[in-house]
Design a protein around this ligand. Structure first.
Ligand SMILES: NC(=O)c1ccc[n+]([C@@H]2O[C@H](COP(=O)([O-])OP(=O)(O)OC[C@H]3O[C@@H](n4cnc5c(N)ncnc54)[C@H](OP(=O)(O)O)[C@@H]3O)[C@@H](O)[C@H]2O)c1
Length: 177
């Protein structure tokens, strides 16, 4: 935070995009908590900590924003990635509270809710079933520019707007054995 604000004194946007996804069976390697903890540290602790550190700087800037990247899995988890899904649910919750608290400061708090996107998430070749990055990014950026605060795409747009019954059905379909 110190380095960033010294190097870029007019810095006015924090994008919490970094994230990792581990596919795991909870009962396997139960002793290896340190490596599992990394997913929590990177996906949840870091965005919370960075937002907290940067609020004093951002509130001095005109037109500042914090953008958190959550997931369609924030709303219905993928059981093959149990810790990841929980971190994204936590980040969605935190984003709502942060937006509420930051409202008087003028800092905008935005949430990007990706569906499965064709990136290297979880390892090379594991997300090729996802939507193309450019289509997703073009749609999301246009909607943020138009003033929306929480933006999904395709299946994640459905998830973020779904009822509890729809989310239960989504969980069932996504986690079929
Ligand atoms: N792809 C999807 O289907 C999908 C769906 C929902 C949400 N998301 C979210 O979208 C965000 C971007 O993921 P992606 O799909 O673009 O995956 P990706 O291609 O694997 O990119 C992940 C990014 O996170 C950075 N990162 C990971 N660990 C870090 C650390 N300890 N410190 C700093 N940077 C770190 C990586 O930096 P390096 O390149 O330097 O390692 C990389 O730029 C993540 O938050 C992810 O959870 C993705």
């Amino acid at each position: 935070m110190r380095w960033a604000t010294v190097e870029f004194p007019h810095l006015n946007v924090l994008v919490n995009n970094a994230g990792i996804q581990n596919r795991l069976q909870l009962a396997d390697d139960a002793e290896d908590w340190e490596s599992r903890r990394q997913e929590i540290v990177i996906n949840v602790e870091a965005p919370m900590h960075l937002a907290t550190l940067l609020i004093p700087h951002l509130r001095q800037q005109p037109h500042s924003a914090i953008i958190n990247v959550t997931s369609g899995l924030s709303f219905a988890p993928a059981a093959f990635a149990p810790i990841y899904s929980a971190t994204k649910a936590a980040l969605h919750s935190f984003t709502l509270s942060l937006r509420h608290q930051a409202a008087p400061t003028g800092i905008e708090v935005l949430e990007i809710v990706p569906p499965a996107v064709n990136t290297d998430l979880g390892g090379v070749g594991l997300h090729t079933f996802g939507v193309p990055v450019d289509d997703f990014a073009d749609s999301v950026m246009a909607r943020l520019a138009a003033g929306e605060q929480e933006v999904g795409y395709g299946t994640s747009e459905q998830a973020r707007l779904a009822s509890r019954a729809e989310l239960d059905e989504r969980f069932r379909l996504m986690n079929k054995r």
